[in-house]
Design a protein around this ligand. Structure first.
Ligand code: NDP
Ligand code: GDR
Length: 390
């Protein structure tokens, strides 16, 4: 039985990766941060009573800013594979806490690599580093001849997050070359899912489209609608992480879909799931998305019979502004376009994603409609539902 250690196990990718490795028969250890309230919702379904025989998932308190606990946990666990997914992963927030991000996302990676070396595990332990398409910064001149970013494209990070991750990328490569360690970068383009954090744009959109369709929210406020992203499904991407560590030789791989879509079109696709057609008017900060028409058959197919329908006639919504631009969400420096070339991962790893963008949107919308319906039942039952706006 192989043993894996996952940092960031409570996050989107960590939870899917833990599921995948458990399915494959691994003993899985994860590092979770101490928080003032529970932060394990994404992996609660995997949790086993620690007194049972054959416990296959074990959580350890720890933090990537603390090398003492990193060394202790790696010594205790003696992992065959480490997946370093822990990070402050929000690009916009990284402008607000740049030093912290450098410490966690940059030096945190060094702490993992150095711990493996100090403990003499260089031959035993393989390391996956969660690198990112943010390294490219979307600079048009750095795309390859076919218009994509690939493993040889130059980097130009555009945020404190990107700058911290570029250190992590290079230190991983350096430890591989200097100490012959099996340490690899997966350069993953954006990947989303029903478990995506609520403040990333896709989840913010699918949650809002669901809430608006159920009459629980009036308007969705977004930043740059023009940004283009190469969006895949997190379930497919964690499979690629595993494949990268099963290779004969340690190498870096781009994981992407090879297609790019505007934020505005992701909005359109999400609302289309509930039969809403959005018409765009105005430009820049004055652009708005107006509800032009509703396909009622689609609406009922997606929402079932919302319990508040009698007080929520759909026709009342027609012509209303459902999407507005709020410059608060603009970034000091933006990555305008990301588009990855997955040729190497497809040919060398045999990686094939199961979801396309339409499948991803559908998966997220089905989940968020259920999620919002639960809220609706609570509200109708006289309970307060408080969710922080973003
Ligand atoms: P999430 O934000 O969902 O998860 C991040 C995880 O890191 C959480 O478990 C979080 O814990 C943990 N974490 C945060 N700070 C620390 C710290 N100081 N010490 C230890 N753990 C910490 O991110 P994703 O799952 O989406 O992404 C996983 C990794 O992949 C990240 O490194 C991200 O930067 C990178 N990446 C993500 C992409 C994407 O599109 N999703 C694309 C490319 C790279 P808690 O739950 O307590 O907050
Ligand atoms: P990103 O993801 O920055 O690409 O980083 P995010 O979903 O935050 O933004 C994508 C694009 O949408 C634009 N945008 C908005 N973004 C947010 N969050 N909120 C808004 O209201 C909004 N309106 C428009 C952004 O400006 C941007 O252009 C993600 C993270 O998972 C990183 O950790 C990872 O490394 C990269 O993907 C690849």
């Amino acid at each position: 039985m192989k043993t894996a250690l996952i940092t960031g196990i409570t996050g989107q990718d960590g939870s899917y990766l833990a599921e995948l490795l458990l399915e494959k028969g691994y003993m899985v250890h994860g590092i979770k941060r101490r928080a003032s309230s529970f932060n394990t919702q994404r992996i609660d379904h995997l949790y086993q009573d620690q007194h049972e025989d054959l416990v296959k998932l074990k959580l350890h308190y720890g933090d990537l800013t603390d090398s003492t606990n990193i060394i202790r946990i790696i010594q205790e666990v003696q992992p065959d594979e480490i997946y370093n997914l822990g990070a402050m992963s929000h690009v916009k927030v990284s402008f607000d806490s740049p030093e912290y991000v450098a410490n966690v996302d940059g030096i945190g990676t060094l702490r993992i690599l150095e711990a493996v070396r100090i403990l003499g595990l260089e031959k035993k332990t393989r390391i996956y580093q969660a690198s990112t398409s943010e390294l490219y910064g979307g600079m048009p001149e750095n795309k390859n001849a076919a218009g994509f970013y690939d493993e040889s494209s130059p980097f130009y990070p555009r945020s404190p997050y990107g700058a911290a991750k570029i250190y992590a990328y290079w230190i991983t490569k350096n430890y591989r070359e200097a100490y012959n360690m099996f340490a690899c970068n997966g350069i993953l383009f954006n990947h989303e899912s029903p478990r995506r954090g609520e403040t990333f744009v896709t989840r913010k959109i699918t949650m809002a489209a669901s809430a608006i369709a159920l009459g629980m929210q009036d308007c969705l406020y977004l930043g740059n609608l023009e940004a283009l992203r190469d969006w895949g499904h997190a379930k497919d991407y964690v499979n690629a992480m595993w494949l990268i560590l099963q290779q004969e030789k340690p190498e870096d791989f781009v994981i992407a879909t090879g297609k790019t879509t505007k934020v505005r079109d992701f909005v359109q696709m999400s609302f289309a799931h509930v039969g809403f057609k959005i018409r765009w008017e105005g430009e820049g900060v004055n652009e708005v998305g107006i509800l032009e028409s509703v396909d009622e058959e689609k609406y009922f197919a997606a929402t079932g019979q919302p319990s508040n329908l009698p007080t929520f006639p759909l026709s009342k919504l027609l012509g209303q502004v459902l999407v507005k631009v709020d410059p608060t969400y603009f970034r000091p420096t933006e990555v305008d376009l990301l588009l990855g070339d997955p040729t190497k991962s497809k040919t060398q790893l045999g990686w094939e994603p199961k979801y396309d963008l339409a499948g991803l949107v559908k998966d997220m919308m089905i989940s968020d409609i259920k999620f919002k319906q639960k809220d609706l039942h609570l509200v109708e039952g006289g309970h307060e539902v408080f969710r922080q706006a973003e």
